[in-house]
Design a binder for this molecule. Structure first.
Ligand SMILES: [Zn+2]
Length: 143
């Protein structure tokens, strides 16, 4: 009896979780294409990567900054691609953490040095035109 009660409670909790997560991960309904906002983010990340490579080539960035920022951007790109896959396969929001999140040690900066996105709070080692996390334009200081 107790087991049935627990099982049904868990089921309800899972459904409630999915329902509560769903609307948040897709803030605006996209009637045209569910990929539109992801394509935008992807494009923003690719542009950041291009800028990054350019700045690295002209010597504006250290190896360390370049590698760190590139890794952040690629992580963001992987997340976007994973979400595209998820939508394509019609699966509910992935509850499991992506491989990256498990493998990568949480490199939490002591203080938020670098460039912080006003929209989502993500910070980056180098100035970016667009946030690698949310794809919104970032205010870039005097570079
Ligand atoms: Zn952001």
């Amino acid at each position: 009896m107790a087991i049935i009660a627990i099982a049904s409670f868990v089921a309800i909790a899972v459904i409630a979780f999915v329902l509560s997560v769903g609307p948040r991960s897709i803030p605006e309904p996209e009637p045209v294409s569910p990929f539109a906002h992801l394509d935008e983010r992807k494009a923003a990340i690719y542009e950041n990567l291009r800028d990054l490579q350019f700045e690295y080539r002209v010597g504006k960035l250290s190896d360390q900054d370049y590698q760190n920022t590139k890794r952040d951007l690629q992580k963001g790109l992987a997340a976007v691609l994973a979400e595209v896959d998820r939508i394509k396969s019609g699966l509910p929001a992935a509850v499991a953490a992506p491989k990256d999140a498990v493998a990568a040690p949480k490199a939490v900066p002591r203080k938020p040095s670098g460039f912080v996105c006003d929209s989502c709070g993500a910070s980056f080692q180098t100035a970016l035109k667009f946030c690698g996390e949310c794809g919104k334009p970032m205010k870039v200081g005097t570079a």
